[in-house]
Each structure stands twice: as C-alpha cells, then as structure tokens.
Design a protein around this ligand. Sequence first.
Ligand SMILES: [Zn+2]
Length: 249
Amino acid sequence: MDLSKLELERYNRQIMISGWGLEGQKKLRASKVVVAGLGGLGCPASLYLVAAGVGRVIVVDKGRYELSNLNRQILCWKSDLGRFKAEIVKEKLEALNPHVTVEAKVAEITKNNVSDIIGDADIVIDGMDNWKTRFIINDYCVIHEIPFIHAGVSALSGQITTIIPKKGPCLRCIFPRVPCETERVPILGATSSLLAALQVMEAIKLITGLGKPLVGKLLFINGEDMTFETLRIERDSNCPICGDRHNET
Ligand SMILES: [Zn+2]
C-alpha cells in the first residue's frame, strides 16, 4: 500500500536520506519491533522508533513510574507517576504518531512468556536493567533468528552491539559468565538516550538495509573523556546457545 499524503509529509526529511526513499519507509511501516524494558533506554528508543514510522512497536515493562525515573525515562511526566510504564508509553506514542500501532504489555519477561511477548518480531531492542532477562531474550532471539540490539549504561558510559544470530556472536559468546547484577546503577539521562538513539539507528539500518550493522563489534562510549572505542568480538563455537556444537544436536 502506498504511503498517504500525511505520511509522506511526516517522514519527508528521512525519506530524503540516500538509500532510504519510499521503499525504506514502507519497509519500516511493515516492521514489528519489540522494546523490552521501558527505562532510560526503552523510553527514548520507543519514541524514536515510533517517530520514524516503525509500523508496529510492542512496549514491554512490568513496572510503574516512580519519581526517581524522571531524570531519564523521558516519556514519564509528573502526572504519570504511579501508573504502569507500558500503558503511559503507549498513550504518549499513539499521540505522537497515529500511523503506527503501539501495543503495551505489562509483564516481566520470563522463559515461560518470552515466546508470547516477542513472537515473530523483526527486531528486539534491549532496554533491560538486568542480565537474567537479557539472557532469556538473547536465547529466544538466537533460536528464532531475530536480531537483538543490546545496550547497557552506567553513569556517563555505555556499550552497544547488534546481535544477528549466525552472523556474529550472541550475548552468551560475549559474556560467558553472567555479569554481576547491580541494583540502582548510576545513570545520566543523556547517556541512556545516546545509547537508545544508537539502538534505533541500528534497528532502522537493519530494516531498511542501509549501512553496515554493528555485528561482531562492541562499541564502548566513555562520556567522561568523550571517547568512542570499538572492540572486535568473536562468535564462540562452544557457545551453549549459538555454538556449532549446539546447532548440530
Ligand atoms: Zn553465542
């Protein structure tokens, strides 16, 4: 289906991007992206996905907004405190862009419900604040060959990589031992928004076919001295999830 006059006007400045065009915009409209977690990463990520015209965005979080979230979880305003994050985000995003569908899921992602929540999504954005759930999502995405865009943030620093199953390492290849869980990590809103914006850029590149994704590379951002460093990361053939041995059995 062709883009409407209003859609053409709304997306005009990005349709102009070389290699994007009407086809790229239609691909975005036909895509389904899950944003897992609606904190400092998930709020701005879902905002930019919807602003860009991703046709179906599924926003997932079990929590309610608290005052200490407001420094970074930019879709929560003072009057929203105490309400479910997923419901608030859906309301705000639908008000921003009526041409897309936003689905709210008030849930904690577990091994039991991960298939119901992610289903046949085209891409999953990591907005989690804990490794246990990140690994549940990673494992599901590897098995179902869904790209998973990981990011993590602490204070003025962050990291991001794009996991495309079979094309590069998965989260378990990169972190063979589950990192320590830390409650209440210090975070500046500008840091999480920066990483979220990069996650959306990666998602849009994968959907439209623009550029080269951050596969097999881990980008570290240090905001204190404003350095960006990219490390090469390899797939582990013995990985319990994406390793060759696992695939043969
Ligand atoms: Zn792996």
